[in-house]
Design a protein around this ligand. Structure first.
Ligand code: SF4
Length: 375
């Protein structure tokens, strides 16, 4: 590991609209680069501009806590911050990677988040998060704390090959059980499943069953993307060692799409498998409303619920009018309740969607949403 200490100019990333996967308005990266060195990590892709050798070099934002305290200070703001989970992690470096043992930045950030009373969502692959159970519980008592772990499967043997620097899935699952036992909500981000390696129905089912036994509140799913350049080259080298016979199969799936996506037919197949398995075990496929409804503002509540419904309908192979409507609503500045009679004037909002929006505004819920979430 080669560490460079840097003084960052800013920390919080404000999302253009609420991110309905994480139900987050703001995110942050405390480390650039990640010595967990998962072989498929897209932080390696050129587009993220992570300097140095990914997997070995890490830049540490040593002034992160000080910056966050400044950025959250209400006296410095012209506009109040929008409520939503503050996302710690994801992107280009795990916030609980080994450097965190030395720097304790994530812990300091959690202390600031507690001070300013924000809900927090931590995404990690590391069991080091357990160290911070005391502060997570304090945040949860005041606003809300949630921890999600990402997995490519529950198979320890496969993880050792493709995720060499992180605790095995069995340990991550034990940590979910521990955190749940301490009252902290937990999710699984089953992403990415690796084609022909961890995407089989048997392994996906085993993973979902183990997640359920550990007590997860939801599982969010996605397939692998492989961007041309460093990310794809690095992954292919590993694939050749793991099973050279898979290389021509990957060539058929990944044909150079700008976003590194595989063929649509392949994603349809794995999405169907995921849907079948999570339906069988009644696991929510998005963060359930009881974990966010109480703190979002009304416009974001509508956007999140519409986007969740859009995903859940599409996953069932059904048409959805909700995605476009959610996008239009995300642009509305005034509270939606003050525009109840003008909703159908918004792009993508027809009579049917209008009815659902009014139901959410009046009750904080939707019967269709509950049905799609399997509630
Ligand atoms: S833990 Fe996350 S950020 Fe780190 S290498 Fe693995 S996938 Fe990338």
């Amino acid at each position: 590991m080669a560490i460079t200490e840097i003084t960052a100019k800013s920390l919080l990333r404000k999302f253009k609209k609420i991110d309905s996967w994480f139900v987050a308005r703001y995110g942050m990266n405390l480390y650039r680069g990640c010595t967990h060195n998962c072989l498929y990590c897209d932080g390696r892709a050129e587009g993220y501009y992570v300097e140095g050798e990914f997997g070995r070099d890490v830049a540490v934002k040593v002034n992160a806590a000080e910056l966050l305290r400044k950025e959250l200070n209400p006296l410095r703001k012209r506009k109040p911050m929008r409520p939503g989970f503050m996302l710690i992690g994801g992107g280009v470096g795990d916030s609980y990677q080994p450097a965190e043992e030395q720097y304790g930045l994530t812990r300091k950030i959690l202390e600031v988040v507690y001070e300013f009373d924000f809900p927090v969502h931590v995404l990690t692959k590391s069991t080091l998060v357990r160290r911070d159970i005391d502060i997570l519980k304090k945040i949860d008592g005041k606003s809300r704390a949630m921890v999600s772990f990402s997995f490519s499967s529950a198979d320890d043997r496969i993880s050792k090959v493709f995720e060499p620097g992180v605790p095995p899935p069995s340990e991550r699952l034990r940590n979910i059980a521990f955190l749940k036992d301490q009252g902290i909500s937990c999710g699984m981000f089953l992403m990415p499943v690796l084609p022909y390696v961890t995407d089989t129905r048997e392994l996906m089912e085993e993973t979902v069953v183990k997640a359920k036994e550990a007590g997860v509140d939801f599982i969010i799913f996605s397939g692998l993307t492989l961007k041309e350049g460093r990310q794809k080259q690095y992954f292919y080298e590993a694939l050749k060692t793991y099973d050279p016979g898979l290389v021509p199969e990957y060539d058929k799936l990944y044909t150079g799409n700008t976003w590194g996506q595989a063929s649509g037919t392949y994603y349809d197949e794995i999405n169907k498998t995921f849907r079948d398995v999570t339906d069988k075990y009644a696991i929510p496929k998005r963060i359930p409303p009881e974990l966010y409804r109480d703190f979002l503002d009304q416009n974001d509540l509508v956007v999140v619920m519409l986007e969740h419904m859009d995903y859940l309908l599409t996953l069932r192979g059904e048409k959805s009018p909700f995605g476009f409507a959610a996008y239009s609503i995300s642009k509305v500045k005034e509270p939606l309740s003050s525009k109840k009679s003008e909703l159908t004037g918004l792009k993508g909002v027809g009579n049917y969607t209008e009815k659902i929006i009014l139901e959410i505004l009046d009750t904080g819920n939707s019967i269709l949403y509950q049905k799609l979430m399997g509630r």
